[in-house]
Design a protein. Structure first.
Length: 218
């Protein structure tokens, strides 16, 4: 490889080594409050944020099969979802988030339901699409109409695959060369608590820089 070309490519990587520089780069994607929380490894999404997002979606759609939505996080890590369905009435779902993660290769929410009466896949899809979007709001902002959220039900487990949604979000924006925010950070898991849901976040800056360097010199 031409030394001048390699030097030019390596110059694009210099900001990826120390985490402080990575946070400067991520300012293109995240606001100051979210960045500060990412630096500490924890980002909190409040119940109010989740409920406000769902309320906006309900207000926009006249033909939705759901007329109200309220999520409440509890200290025992259970999440209670109260809904009103015109054809059924008030319906409550209680359960735990078994898994919530996002990364370059996969992104999913898995909710283990302890008690629910809804069997309509369209309604469950809407509910868990809203929860997925709400948990990602601090990272992707308002995505408008929901697209790219695939819902699957296996027994009492409801899974939302959100990898396609992330692919069209600002997290997939190129920051340096072909490196995106999805390359640099991951959400590893969740911990619901009173009033909101805490997300564990990890920066992968050093590993990304190392792998990129290897790809340049091979």
């Amino acid at each position: 490889m031409n030394f001048g070309s390699l030097k030019n490519k390596l110059g694009k990587l210099k900001n990826l080594a120390p985490s402080t520089d990575v946070l400067d780069i991520l300012k293109e994607v995240f606001d100051a409050t979210t960045l500060a929380e990412i630096k500490q490894g924890k980002v909190v999404v409040t119940d109010k944020t989740l409920n406000d997002i769902a309320a906006k979606q309900i207000a926009k759609g006249n033909d939705l099969p759901i007329k109200s939505f309220e999520l409440v996080s509890h200290a025992d890590q259970k999440i209670e979802i109260q809904t009103f369905l015109p054809k059924i009435g008030n319906v409550s779902l209680i359960g735990k988030i078994e898994d919530f993660h996002i990364g370059k290769d996969s992104a999913a929410l898995v909710y283990d339901v302890e008690n629910y009466k809804i069997t309509d896949i369209k309604i469950l899809s809407w509910i868990f699409s809203q929860i997925s979007l709400g948990l990602l709001y601090r990272f992707i902002g308002d995505m408008g109409e929901l697209e790219g959220v695939n819902i699957a039900i296996d027994g009492d487990k409801i899974s939302a695959d959100i990898s396609k949604l992330l692919a069209t979000s600002k997290l997939n924006k190129k920051l340096i060369g072909d490196i995106t925010a999805l390359d640099i950070f991951e959400i590893e898991n969740t911990a619901p608590k009173e009033g909101g849901i805490e997300l564990s976040v990890k920066l992968n800056a050093v590993n990304i820089a190392r792998d990129k360097l290897k790809s340049l010199i091979n």
